[in-house]
Unconditional design. Structure first.
Length: 408
């Protein structure tokens, strides 16, 4: 995905050196008057640790390909006022909408992947916090009670639940884990906050798969035997149960929803499940903040396959722009450029002249100059930022662009 350190240019190394002696921008200090050239978005891991990047509802469920909330906050403060509307045509896990709400800015998000829309809705919805807590604890304790009678009688539980012949669930879960997930799922219709419970179920299902601990993002085949674990530097065993995850994530979810409820505003959040090349928006927008998919990098449906299988969500992978399964050939790049151009042109139809389109992207193939030229915006500025990430066994370093375009 990235240029390795040795391939950074002399200029890029000079920029890293320069910014290492300057304090990174503090998002809450940014105002509409802050000049773009004063922004220093070159946070190191120490400046902006993972717990800050995944604060409150941002970490309700893992999502590969998120942008960091602090960048969104900076550009919301710079270009939007309270009561205006921001649009994110690739809303993913909902980062733009979550941050906008805290600042009293209305937000619309669109995404082609049904699970991403579910997750965004769950994050941005307003909760009766006491009721939410009661329901989250109740379903998990009822699941625990109901698991017991079946412990020695696998046959009778198989009869009780539909979908036990689901190929994916059979392959990727030990019988005990599958049973616990299906019991939990069968009770969701009894509660008010069903979507929140679906997200807890999905997060638990992700952890309860028969995978190695170091390959939770895109495991290729089920891990049924003990294995040497790079993450823990010892022999680990594939998990047999899901209940411990359901319990752990229930408590974590309650805590995160409570935290966010204390800082959220009454601003509206609207989530549209659809293709942002053509999805109709319900109103005019002040501008856009987004991070588009890249060419041939991630399959956004596939990364949450367990959720689609367990929750029976509809799939629209064919309409995903830049999906990994479509490759990164020259023709895939042309189709991508055309698709992104359509998305921004369409968003521009809902904007007044002068509105901003802020795009956070690692434009490694230099595709965005052409896109800008074709979609009715003029290039106002570009802020570059050094990204040096170390997560688990992956480590990479590159420069990411923040393009600021203005509606003509
Ligand atoms: C880089 S991710 C966005 C992540 C988001 N900024 C966040 O913080 O979670 C790109 C998103 O674009 C979505 N996407 C791809 N093609 C799309 C299309 N045609 N219409 C709408 N969304 C699409 C993918 O499903 C994915 O969630």
């Amino acid at each position: 995905m990235s240029k390795q350190h040795s391939s950074l240019t002399h200029e890029e190394k000079r920029v890293i050196e320069y910014y290492s002696n300057h304090i990174p921008t503090r998002p809450h200090e940014v105002t509409p008057e802050t000049p773009l050239e004063h922004l220093n978005l070159n946070w190191t891991e120490k400046d902006l640790p993972e717990r800050e990047r995944t604060k409150h509802v941002h970490r309700l469920h893992p999502y590969l390909g998120k942008f960091i909330p602090q960048i969104v906050e900076i550009f919301l403060r710079k270009y939007f006022k309270e009561g205006e509307t921001v649009y994110d045509p690739f809303c993913g896990s909902g980062t733009t909408l979550v941050e906008a709400n805290v600042l009293g800015i209305h937000a619309i998000g669109c995404d082609i992947a049904a699970f991403n829309c579910l997750l965004t809705r769950v994050k941005t919805q307003e909760y009766d916090v006491d009721l939410m807590r009661k329901e989250v604890l109740d379903i998990v304790s009822k699941t625990e009670e109901r698991v017991q009678p079946f412990l020695f009688d696998l046959h009778s539980w198989e009869d009780e639940f539909e979908d036990t012949d689901n190929e994916y669930l059979r392959m990727w879960y030990a019988p005990q884990a599958r049973k616990e997930l299906l019991i939990y799922r069968s009770m969701i219709p009894n509660y008010q906050y069903q979507d929140l419970l679906k997200v807890i179920l999905s997060r638990s299902a992700r952890s309860a798969r028969l995978t190695t601990h170091f390959d939770l993002d895109f495991p290729k085949s089920p891990q049924t035997e003990p294995y040497y674990c790079y993450k823990h530097s010892r022999i680990c065993y594939p998990t047999q149960e899901a209940l411990k995850f359901l319990k752990r994530y229930s408590l974590d979810t309650i805590h995160r929803i409570q935290q966010y409820s204390r800082i959220r505003s009454k601003a509206r959040s609207i989530v549209i499940w659809g293709d942002s090349r053509k999805a109709a928006l319900p109103c005019f927008i002040g501008g856009v903040i987004t991070s588009p998919p890249y060419v041939g990098l991630i399959d956004y449906h596939e990364q949450h396959r367990y959720a689609y299988e367990l929750l029976g969500l509809p799939v629209k992978s064919e309409d995903e722009l830049g999906a990994a399964f479509k490759g990164n050939s020259q023709s895939a790049k042309e189709i991508y450029k055309q698709g992104i151009t359509e998305v921004f042109t369409h968003a521009g139809d809902y904007m007044k002249s002068g509105g901003r389109l802020v795009i956070i992207v690692h434009d490694r193939d230099d595709l965005y100059a052409d896109i800008a030229a074709q979609c009715g915006f003029e290039v106002e500025d570009t802020v570059r930022r050094h990204v040096n990430r170390r997560t688990g066994r992956r480590s990479h370093e590159f420069f990411e662009e923040v393009f600021v375009w203005r509606k003509k």
